[in-house]
Unconditional design. Structure first.
Length: 128
């Protein structure tokens, strides 16, 4: 079983995430490349919520190829192009992540390969 690490000796997380996740021996790992908010038909939503939703739907498809699910995510690295996108990203991310919440890092970056992208998400997942 995956174990959330939330030591009392340090400040609690700023949002819904774990400071660390322990993956027991015998688990397989999947490392997913960063996913952008783009659909298979090349459409890109014009808001962070829509793009975040597509990021996690794409991640779900990648994990399914390895017989895994979003609930197997142990680490998220996410990038947004402006602080104003933080609440929309976090709200939408929380729709896709279960308990315990994965370890997570969220960074503000200057941009992505195409101007219309405002969020990118990469994950690590583990399953026996």
């Amino acid at each position: 079983m995956l174990k959330s690490l939330l030591p009392d000796a340090i400040r609690p997380p700023f949002a819904r995430y774990s400071h660390g996740m322990e993956v027991p021996s015998g688990h397989r790992l999947v490392l997913a490349s960063g996913q952008l908010g783009i659909a298979a038909d090349d459409t890109v939503p014009d808001n962070v919520e829509g793009q975040t939703r597509l990021c996690f739907e794409n991640i779900a498809a990648i994990l399914a190829e390895a017989d895994m699910a979003l609930s197997d995510i142990v680490r998220i690295n996410a990038y947004v192009t402006d602080r104003k996108h933080l609440p929309g990203y976090m709200k939408t991310r929380d729709e896709f992540t279960g308990d315990p919440a994965p370890a997570s890092t969220l960074m503000v970056v200057s941009g992505f390969a195409r101007e219309e992208f405002v969020v990118e998400v990469e994950v690590i997942a583990a399953k026996p």
